[in-house]
Design a protein around this ligand. Structure first.
Ligand code: TPP
Length: 416
């Protein structure tokens, strides 16, 4: 009632606006880690047999790639992105994102700004209930983040407290700078280190070459699949936008084909919601597209049909405010994450897994999502059911967006 009263009260005299240049209104310098914690971190990283660096939320910032790359190269370390962010060049020879083995091999992990460190380290197994205790002697974990400030309880975003040995409670980029200085000093002191790190980097680069080949093979093996494989859809979309000043507003990380889309580093992908909440996608894509319009970038997003159906009104907002956007629906006509979960639980409880489709799929009748988008004022394209029709459909959609419009392409895909 107080708020309502306040809102309706008319102003009777001009309001005083503070001078925002006053020092008391300035942002404080970013918090740094203690010298002792940095020293321990450098020691752990330098002595590691196989150090792994995982990049998380700092992927929002284009400035993150430089220092992360520098540290990875200085140490001859392996690198991997946290699941919903991108911080490094896809083709960097030490970027092993998508490798199944890299986590298990690492004896020291530096998690940079990972919201859920346990998740970043594969600590839940395939499903969250499958909690796996970590062998903290075998794998020592350093958490560089401000996670502790983000939550005021003993708990963390997502789940259990990670088995961290060292917590650097610092602004991630500031902390990174401190670690880089420390490693550089150490390299100057101990001349033998550089050679050892270089040999390790070369071995990692060989692993990367094998990884790239296997990613390509996996993509090719399902190139002509019908229903269309999510991999082919992403690869064709990449071909359609690679020469534009693209910005990826959204992607499905569950079915993302690592290696099919070439990132130059951080600041090219908006990331996903930290809790994975459905309904995030449409609004997040349109919000990112607003920023792209002002920066002259080409916004493109890939969204699940479930996520799309949660909040289609955002498409109207984009059309209404003349915000160009290319939205591709990865439409498996299922809330598949849930369908798969129900099938798994059914198997555990000895119930018929073939019933998992009940309440999780939108078939009989299929929903015409292109028409749905058209009803919101966008150009709806699809359903695209033949893999060979993807390229012309995306070409048409790109033209719509370049002419200032909103294009929504409904692609019928397989679940995985
Ligand atoms: C608000 C909300 N409800 C339920 C969930 C649980 N959930 C996670 S993914 C998912 C299905 C997503 O479907 P879709 O976007 O079509 O992607 P798919 O898994 O089929 O690729 C569900 C129901 C959630 N994350 N958020």
């Amino acid at each position: 009632a107080f708020d309502v009263g306040l809102q309706e009260q008319e102003l009777t005299s001009p309001i005083t606006v503070h001078d925002i240049d006053q020092s008391c209104f300035q942002a404080p310098p970013p918090p740094a880690a203690s010298a002792e914690a940095i020293e321990k971190t450098v020691e752990l990283l330098v002595r590691a047999r196989f150090p792994l660096i995982v990049g998380g939320r700092v992927g929002y910032l284009p400035a993150a790639t430089g220092p992360i790359r520098e540290l990875v190269e200085l140490l001859g370390a392996a690198y991997r992105d946290d699941r919903t962010f991108v911080c490094m060049q896809t083709i960097h020879p030490q970027n092993l994102t998508g490798s199944r083995d890299v986590l298990a091999k690492a004896d020291v992990v530096l998690a940079i700004d990972c919201a859920d460190v346990r998740w970043a380290l594969g600590g839940y197994g395939k499903n969250r209930h499958a909690y796996k205790a970590k062998d903290t002697k075998r794998q020592r974990v350093i958490d560089l983040s401000q996670n502790e400030h983000a939550s005021h309880t003993w708990n963390r975003v997502g789940g259990a407290i990670a088995d961290t040995e060292l917590q650097l409670l610092a602004d991630p980029l500031t902390g990174l700078g401190q670690i880089i200085d420390g490693v550089r000093k150490r390299l100057r002191r101990d001349k033998a280190l550089a050679g050892r790190f270089k040999r390790r980097a070369q071995a990692i680069a060989r692993e990367k070459a094998t990884l790239v080949k296997s990613q390509r093979r996996r993509l090719e093996a399902r190139w002509d699949d019908n229903p269309i494989s999510p991999g082919r859809m992403v690869a064709e979309l990449w071909q359609a936008v690679r020469d534009k000043p693209w910005y990826l507003t959204l992607r499905n990380h569950r079915s993302w084909p690592e290696g099919a889309w070439q990132f130059d580093g951080a600041g090219q992908y908006a990331g996903h919601s930290s809790g994975g909440g459905l309904g995030h996608g449409p609004g997040a894509s349109v919000g990112a597209a607003f920023a792209c319009r002002d920066d002259g970038r080409f916004p493109v997003g890939i969204i699940g049909d479930g996520d799309y159906l949660m909040a289609t009104g955002a498409v109207w907002t984009a059309v209404h405010y003349r915000v160009p956007l290319l939205m591709v629906i990865n439409n498996n006509t299922s809330w598949y994450n849930d369908e798969e979960h129900q099938a798994n639980i059914a198997a555990i409880r000895k119930r018929p897994p073939e019933n998992a489709y009940i309440g999780t799929t939108t078939r009989d009748p299929d929903v015409d999502l292109a028409k749905n988008a058209e009803s919101h004022g966008a150009v709806g394209i699809g359903p695209i059911t033949e893999p060979g029709d993807l390229a012309p459909a995306f070409k048409r959609a790109v033209k719509v967006v370049e002419d200032g419009g909103v294009a929504v392409v409904d692609v019928r895909t397989s679940n995985l």
